[in-house]
Ligand binder design. Structure first.
Ligand SMILES: [Zn+2]
Ligand SMILES: [Zn+2]
Length: 397
């Protein structure tokens, strides 16, 4: 079977048909059945396939020869011609006593359309495509790149600083968002059905490097789903399926947001693909501090100074609220640190805007700066009139 002279013989581009014994090439007997011919052919084709023997000219020639022998012997009519004349030519009629045109030397086999050079431009793959059915599961053709599916766009998150007052009233404003939209040329497919090419994003490896902090890690290539192959990328979006778009987006921040609230602006995230919805835009709020109000939940806290006399005698004072001044009644004998509630004067609830928190006012008794002799004399008299020791409860005199 390993007939060296035949291999050498085949080096010439035009096989010398008359000298060939196709039965010998396939290693079968003259009376071999169709099944035997097929089996022999499959075995030899696998053995000498150029993909199995890269850069092996001899194997390549052998493969051509096996292919040629099989083509003739597997075809009943051609085999008859070969059996009768000892070679095959399309112009020969096995049932005719004459061999019309047999001497023309026409080459029954023309492999010039194939490029057997391993790695030759497209040759190897077109070759594989044509013969891939011979190899069953042993040698799969390269996988067809996956067809893109409709895909919802990713969400975008943008931080937004706002004042304490703005967080109380809510805010409507325009912001600039760098987002994307479904590509108008490929409708988000990333290609327009062109030829399959090596994925330019990952150079065919199916993996891309991502940098996370100081670490680099590889990730499945998002543009070819890790197959390393894709259809020629769309020229408008470079295969991304979306095109960048800078857009002024009107946003409405509801009253009651706090630091860390996420406000959703529907469909203003990254563009979707193949008709799928865009992602959402999320505004992440960061509320500034107030000079004297603080917030806990939906309640507002403020500390207000009062005088000794106001605390002792009781009065009505004005206190600040986020919405302006409010009246607060200070009863007589109020102590420092006492808290008063202004019901419903806190933040509106984000979950239920008809509900509101409260405002708590803590009073601190502020001592007057005593300068005049007259005031000092009044205080001495005050002490005589109120002789009780405030430290008595601690057992002190
Ligand atoms: Zn890729
Ligand atoms: Zn496109």
């Amino acid at each position: 079977m390993e007939n060296k002279s035949q291999i050498a013989n085949c080096k010439s581009q035009i096989p010398e048909m008359a000298n060939k014994d196709y039965y010998n090439t396939l290693g079968i007997k003259k009376d071999a059945k169709a099944d035997d011919i097929k089996k022999a052919y499959r075995r030899l084709a696998r053995k000498h396939h150029p993909d199995v023997n890269p850069n092996d000219k001899a194997a390549e020639e052998k493969f051509k020869e096996v292919q040629e022998a099989y083509d003739v012997l597997s075809d009943e009519k051609k085999r008859k011609v070969f059996d009768r004349f000892g070679y095959y030519n399309d112009n020969l009629d096995p049932d005719s006593p004459f061999s019309a045109g047999a001497s023309s030397g026409a080459n029954a086999y023309d492999f010039s359309g194939f490029n057997f050079e391993p790695g030759g431009s497209g040759g190897s793959s077109s070759f594989r495509d044509i013969f891939s059915d011979l190899f069953g599961g042993a040698r799969q053709p390269p996988p067809e790149p996956p067809r893109p599916l409709p895909k919802k766009g990713k969400d975008i998150e943008i931080p937004l600083a706002l004042s304490f007052e703005e967080s109380f009233t809510g805010l409507t404003t325009n912001i600039t968002v760098n987002r994307s939209e479904q590509c108008s040329r490929c409708q988000g497919a990333g290609d327009t059905g062109g030829p399959v090419v090596v994925c330019p994003t990952c150079k065919g490896t199916g993996q891309v490097l991502r940098t996370g902090g100081r670490l680099q890690f590889s990730q499945t290539c998002p543009d070819c789903e890790g197959t390393g192959r894709r259809r020629q990328p769309c020229s408008l979006c470079s295969g991304k399926g979306v095109t960048p778009k800078t857009e002024q987006v009107k946003i409405r921040i509801p009253a009651g947001v706090d630091t860390g609230s996420r406000v959703r602006i529907p469909k203003k995230g990254q563009g979707g693909r193949l008709g799928a919805e865009p992602g959402d835009l999320f505004i992440l709020t960061n509320v500034g501090k107030h000079r004297y109000f603080t917030r806990k939940g939906d309640n507002i806290y403020v500390t207000v100074p009062i005088t000794v006399a106001e605390a002792a005698l009781g009065t009505k004072i004005e206190v600040p609220t986020v919405e302006g001044r409010a009246q607060l009644k200070i009863p007589s004998s109020t102590v420092s640190g006492q808290k008063f509630r202004l019901s419903g004067r806190g933040f509106p609830s984000l979950r239920n805007p008809s509900l509101r928190g409260d405002q708590f006012v803590e009073v601190q008794i502020a001592l007057p700066r005593v300068i005049s002799e007259e005031t000092k004399e009044i205080l001495r008299q005050f002490e005589k009139a109120n002789p009780e020791n405030p430290r008595k409860a601690m057992g002190l005199e």
